[in-house]
Design a protein around this ligand. Structure first.
Ligand code: SF4
Length: 609
């Protein structure tokens, strides 16, 4: 058994995870491997990087057993004076590294790791991985550790060669041109399997030399600094897999366990979380479900979870009130006070607040993407492309609820059309309800695009400036209202609309019969109303019979949009319609959910105020 670089990366988060990974325990990350593959457009970044090396050779036996793959790479590296290899496997003892791009010139080797993370070479200075104090930036450290691991393995395998480590990342300072946009990268299924898709580039490869949007950053100094620590850690971890069965490194239970990928459904037989936590995994309500857990202040700066676990406790109600501090304390106190006995908390003051808002009331929600490779020429990597909005409007007290929506389905820059169509609906009067700061951030970004792209529209610029202003009383954040005035034990420590709606829906039967929302009413086998997000329809591609991935949250919406505009939707009308309908129903439910929650708060679903 080898310790691969992905094993190493996982074990750096938590060494115990290595055991579960090696034994393929059920993981939340495995739920949809194809979705993982599509995440953040990394496959396009990797393809672009490889296209910069036209003589590169893909190592075909990379998928075979590691020894064979290594022998093949070794033979080529030793025989060829100059060569570029893609994905060669390198072995040293129990360590294994598959290197994205290896460029050999004599006995000098450039080891290039490709990541879809970004730097801004114009703003970050010559060393984008270090902060102003010269320290390695915390959010870039894992990428540098990854390269360091590979350098260590390569050095052991080929001790006489000189290694120059490079991180190839997306450069936000560059602008996309015709040959460097998303639409030039296609996935082609191989052997009927999406997982075996090939990435096909349809632009002009020769043009990419000057038109790419990548930065190849020399990280030799950082690797030199990290090498002693990474060497020790890798050797220790390798010893835990150096036998027929891996050895489980004892868990350190802490607040980071909250987001552990092995915290799977209780029904799973092999359940990593349960094995780590033992009987404390079953405690309900659990300390890990506490709001802003990381902001608790236990004695001596200890990790709050470790502190409780050391006392044999893991209950949310075991958290002493004296640990609450700072601006999150009021919400934390509400959660503590209404969890046992479990009861809804709806502060009566919320009605006063809502009554002070001006009609018409607009409930809006946006879908937007920040893709590593821009959708359109003239855009920077990770610049926002807003592609859809939904709005429910109540013109006057007791008035009808009107739904409007807009979606872009063309391969065209859509930000300004997005803003203009929204302005036509919500204008300059009435209250605009949002959920979180996302919508205002998006509006401010579009405002900046107007200048950057030389779009001369002073009225639109002023409207965006006003609506994007954080202090504009016209815009009301319903998530903030939730934090201040509303709690239900079903929400636990979360306040996203995806948990607030089910809590409200389950407990407000008047909504089930409301003419606008009755279409979401379904019951499970026990007669309990199903979460409306779980009632959304999945559409199929009538050509292939393949189901489109259900859109129930924002990341899936971005993937569906990419598929609609640049993928299957661009090739086939049925797919285009199906993906469009899927996106429309999802965004509509987000703003319908806001209206339902507003009705619950005002009592208007029952014919109240
Ligand atoms: S539950 Fe905690 S200790 Fe166990 S694998 Fe997950 S993060 Fe590590």
């Amino acid at each position: 058994m080898y310790l691969t670089k992905s094993d190493f990366n996982v074990a750096r988060e938590c060494p115990t995870k290595l055991y579960y990974k090696k034994l393929r325990y059920p993981s939340l990350l495995n739920e949809n491997p194809f979705m993982e593959f599509l995440a953040d457009g990394g496959y396009m970044v990797e393809k672009m990087a490889k296209l910069l090396f036209p003589d590169g050779r893909e190592m075909e036996c990379s998928g075979a057993n590691p020894e064979e793959a290594f022998s093949a790479a070794k033979r080529i590296l030793e025989e060829a004076e100059n060569v570029v290899l893609f994905e060669p496997t390198i072995l040293a003892g129990r360590l294994s590294a598959r290197i994205d791009i290896l460029e050999k010139r004599g006995n000098v080797v450039r080891l290039i790791e490709v990541k879809s993370t970004s730097v801004d070479t114009a703003a970050d200075g010559p060393n984008p991985f270090r902060g102003s104090q010269g320290r390695i930036k915390a959010d870039k450290r894992s990428y540098l550790e990854d390269v360091t691991f590979q350098v260590m393995v390569f050095q052991r395998a080929f001790p006489d060669w000189q290694i120059s480590p490079v991180l190839c990342v997306v450069d936000k300072a560059r602008l996309a041109t015709e040959n460097s946009t998303t639409d030039k990268f296609h996935l082609e299924k191989q052997g009927g399997s999406r997982m075996a898709s090939d990435v096909v580039y349809t632009g002009i490869p020769e043009a990419l030399g000057s038109e790419h949007v990548l930065a190849l950053v020399d990280v030799a100094t950082e690797v030199g600094q990290l090498l002693p620590e990474i060497t020790t850690a890798a050797d220790e971890l390798a010893s835990s897999v150096d036998s027929e069965a891996p050895v489980r490194i004892a868990p350190l239970l802490r607040k980071g366990c909250k987001d552990c990928e092995y915290r799977v459904a209780r029904s799973e037989q092999r359940n990593g979380f349960r094995e780590c936590w033992g009987p404390l995994a079953e405690v309900e309500p659990h300390v890990l479900d506490f709001y802003r857990l990381g902001n608790l202040r236990p004695p001596a700066g200890a990790d709050p979870v470790t502190f409780l676990v050391n006392q044999g406790k893991a209950g949310l109600l075991d958290i002493p009130e004296s640990w609450l501090s700072g601006s999150y304390a009021p919400r934390q106190k509400i959660q503590l006070e209404h969890t046992d006995p479990p009861q809804e908390y709806l502060n009566a003051q919320i009605r006063e607040v809502l009554r002070s808002h001006q009609y018409p009331l607009h409930f809006i929600d946006f879908e937007a993407s920040r893709a590593a490779l821009p959708y359109h020429e003239g855009m920077h990597p990770y610049q926002q492309a807003a592609f859809q909005w939904s709005c429910h409007t109540i013109a006057e007290p007791g008035g009808e609820v009107i739904h409007t929506e807009w979606i872009n389905v063309e391969q065209a820059f859509s930000n300004f059309q997005f803003a203009r169509s929204l302005r036509d609906v919500i204008g300059t009067s009435g209250t605009v309800y949002v959920w979180s700061s996302f919508e205002q951030t998006a509006l401010r970004d579009i405002r900046e695009h107007l200048d950057a792209m030389g779009e001369d529209d002073p009225d639109l610029a002023q409207w965006l400036r006003d609506l994007g202003d954080r202090d504009n009383p016209r815009v009301v954040d319903m998530e903030k209202l939730t934090k201040d005035y509303h709690f239900h034990p079903r929400m636990g420590g979360r306040t996203s609309i995806k948990v607030v709606l089910p809590a409200v829906w389950e407990n407000n039967s008047a909504l089930w019969e409301h003419p606008l929302f009755a279409k979401y009413f379904r019951q499970d086998k026990n007669g309990k109303p199903i979460d409306p997000y779980k009632t959304l329809e999945a559409f199929s591609d009538s050509d292939s019979g393949e189901d489109f991935d259900l859109v129930q949250e924002g990341t899936a919406a971005v993937r569906a949009y990419q598929d609609l505009v640049f993928g299957r939707g661009a090739e086939n009308d049925d797919a285009r319609n199906a993906l469009k309908q899927q996106l429309l129903q999802y965004c509509e439910l987000d703003t319908a959910a806001m209206v339902m929650i507003w009705m619950h708060w005002t009592g208007s679903a029952q014919g109240g105020c």
